[in-house]
Design a protein around this ligand. Structure first.
Ligand SMILES: [Zn+2]
Length: 647
């Protein structure tokens, strides 16, 4: 039975068991629920990367730009030089971008016990708390809800997420009481309003996510009910778009109106994609869940680039070697995919998070976390390819970009990943939902449990988990099997175990004792995949496990914006070629400059276009085959990850 049928049946069963009366809200338990912030901490190479983030932009954003220094503080600031548009007021970009930073920074601070960074975040939280406790709005001189800006409510959603992250760690009641006050009259300010899910205004709705999460963490039920009141006002659009999607399937192709390629703003799409699925948890509206799933399915089928993101020249622009993705999307897409994983339990969403996390994200952030691109791209050849667009920041690595959204938002990347490595499962157990080295301390079935996950994943395919409960305790352990592995191997205390995979997870239900060790192995082979660009040109790409590989074009010294000249890179690959895997030891301190796994493959010389675009047709036969060595795309500043095709 495939997943969709299984989900539909189980959803139908749940709904018929407790069909909500119109307007009354319900609580459908999600498949997975995040652990408290700080219960999962990074280890090994992930900890090294987190520490570099703290030494880089995340730890020092307030020194990079006054907007980060003053956003959410008690000061009147305007978003100068950030691409602010006519009608924008000070509540817009400044608060959005500083909010992103604080949200990522507070999570990172708790994950690596960085007191200095935590102090910076708390200074901003205290300012907001003091204002709200004194009966004022959270932003100086402004009623956020009446600001009149086109997306004035949106920054509060970002700050709300950050406040809930801190609340999840401390349990400090002032945070919850403040959020209840901030959202006290939310439906009143949105009465009768419809916000498109694909335009900027759609991001106003993200406050619904915060209200639902506040309710889940112990806030007043009115938060949930008011959130659903506002979301129900959007049900016409959800229904209409889902109808387009289903008509498209009926005639054998996806209707592009569903996500409106020419008009869909990618960050807005990626943020809003999850909302109907969250709404499903509290209303039982099955069509809302189907809407969110359809979004991910359509993006995957029609728009997905090999490094795990759609193009986003702000808006969707189709697949291509120089189709750029605004860096914000690596974070926003992953956050929404994690939400779908939470709601459905379908491991496919975790595979998508890992693909974006290990490929697109590090290709756009410098290994030392001190510079980043605004627009990253599958191929990057020189300063003109890809070139600059009229809107948005640049494809160069810079300490900050204008607008500053990506500079702030990239701080969320690592902590959002790490904190969801392990989650609580609906059946009272624990789930390994994403992979990477970590140390987890949590409580299961009333017992304190420590899990030490040791792995060099995704550079290696083995994972070892040592469990240390305070006393023997019985609970189910769910172990995700990545979609690219068809024959996972499981051993417990060195005894091989039979493996059954359901919905992408192995479930082991037994009594766990201190010292039990679970070993997983995900054997797989490198894959040469084919696809077609928006302009019709065919391409190949090479993956191994969750990693995408690229031909590196070396830089001049350490200058990430200057490629060496005269390097051959115009190649085509045959999907049938054998690929040789070469491994090297992991470095002592991890950095994406390291390439602990490389692939060797035969490539044929191909003629790319004058604009360096891919050959429009497959190359017949391997012309002058030469052996090329590919490295993870995250280890490259200039590269080719979309090659021509040899047939
Ligand atoms: Zn951005």
């Amino acid at each position: 039975m495939n997943f969709r049928i299984l989900m539909t049946l189980s959803i139908t069963a749940l709904v018929s068991f407790a069909m909500p009366a119109p307007g009354a809200e319900t609580n459908i338990p999600p498949a997975f629920t995040p652990l408290r912030l700080g219960e999962v901490k990074p280890a090994g190479w992930l900890r090294d990367w987190c520490q570099d983030a703290a030494h880089g932009i995340t730890g020092h954003a307030d020194e990079l730009d006054p907007l980060f220094a003053r956003g959410w503080m008690d000061a009147d600031i305007k978003a100068t030089g950030t691409g602010a548009q006519a009608g924008d007021k000070m509540v817009g970009y400044a608060l959005e971008q500083a909010g992103y930073w604080v949200d990522g920074a507070v999570r990172l601070a708790h994950l690596i016990d960085d007191d200095a960074l935590l102090a910076k975040c708390r200074l901003r939280f205290e300012t907001v708390l003091n204002r709200v406790e004194a009966g004022n709005p959270p932003v100086p001189k402004t009623n956020l809800w009446l600001a009149g800006e086109k997306w004035g409510h949106w920054p509060m959603a970002i700050m709300g997420r950050a406040m809930l992250a801190e609340y999840s760690f401390t349990g400090d009641d002032r945070y919850m009481r403040a959020l209840e006050r901030i959202y006290a009259n939310y439906p009143q300010y949105n009465a009768g309003k419809k916000f498109s899910l694909i335009n900027h205004q759609g991001r106003q709705l993200m406050n619904i996510e915060v209200m639902c999460e506040a309710y889940r963490l112990g806030g007043d039920a009115r938060l949930r009910d008011d959130a659903m009141t506002v979301l129900r006002q959007q049900s016409d659009e959800i229904k209409t778009r889902l109808g387009w999607h289903e008509q498209g399937i009926a005639i054998g192709k996806t209707d592009v109106h569903f996500y409106s390629v020419p008009f869909g703003h990618a960050v807005t799409l990626n943020e809003s994609a999850k909302l109907p699925a969250i709404g499903y948890l509290y209303t039982g509206m099955v069509d809302w869940l189907r809407f969110s799933e359809a979004y991910f399915a359509d993006m995957e089928k029609n728009e997905m680039m090999p490094y795990g993101l759609t193009s986003a020249h702000e808006h969707l622009a189709g697949i291509g070697p120089f189709s750029c993705s605004e860096l914000c999307n690596a974070i926003d897409y992953s956050w929404s995919a994690i939400w779908l994983l939470r709601v459905t339990g379908n491991s496919t969403y975790a595979d998508r998070v890992e693909r974006a996390m290990f490929n697109a994200a590090p290709s756009g952030i410098a290994p030392d976390f001190k510079t980043h691109q605004y627009f990253l791209s599958p191929n990057r050849i020189d300063a003109q390819h890809p070139g600059r667009y009229k809107v948005g920041g640049s494809p160069s690595f810079e300490p900050k970009q204008f607008p500053l959204c990506c500079t702030g938002n990239l701080s969320r990347l690592l902590p959002d990943y790490v904190m969801h490595l392990w989650m609580a499962s609906r059946d009272g157990g624990l789930a390994a939902t994403l992979y990477g080295p970590s140390d987890t301390r949590t409580r299961v079935a009333g017992v304190n449990v420590v899990l030490a996950t040791r792995t060099e994943y995704p550079f290696r395919n083995d994972v070892a988990i040592r469990l240390s409960p305070d006393k023997p305790v019985r609970f189910p352990l769910h172990l995700r099997v990545p979609g690219w592995c068809s024959h996972p191997v499981l051993a417990i205390n060195d005894r091989p175990q039979p493996v059954t995979v359901e919905n992408g997870f192995i479930r082991v239900h037994r009594e766990w004792k201190a010292g039990d060790v679970v070993r997983l192995s995900f054997p797989n082979q490198p894959r040469i995949l084919t696809g077609v660009c928006a302009d019709g040109a065919p391409f190949t790409s090479v993956s191994y496990g969750p990693l995408l590989f690229a031909l590196p074009i070396p830089t001049v010294g350490n200058d990430l914006n200057q490629p060496q000249l005269g390097v051959s890179w115009q190649f085509a690959l045959s999907p049938a070629s054998a690929v040789e895997v070469q491994t090297q030891p992991m470095p002592k301190h991890w950095s994406w400059q390291a390439t602990p796994v490389r692939l060797n493959v035969s490539a044929g010389v191909a003629n790319f276009g004058n604009d360096l675009s891919l050959p429009p047709q497959p190359v017949v036969g391997m012309n002058k085959p030469i052996k090329v060595t590919l490295v993870p795309i995250g280890s490259t500043a200039f590269r080719v990850s979309m090659f021509g095709v040899v047939k």
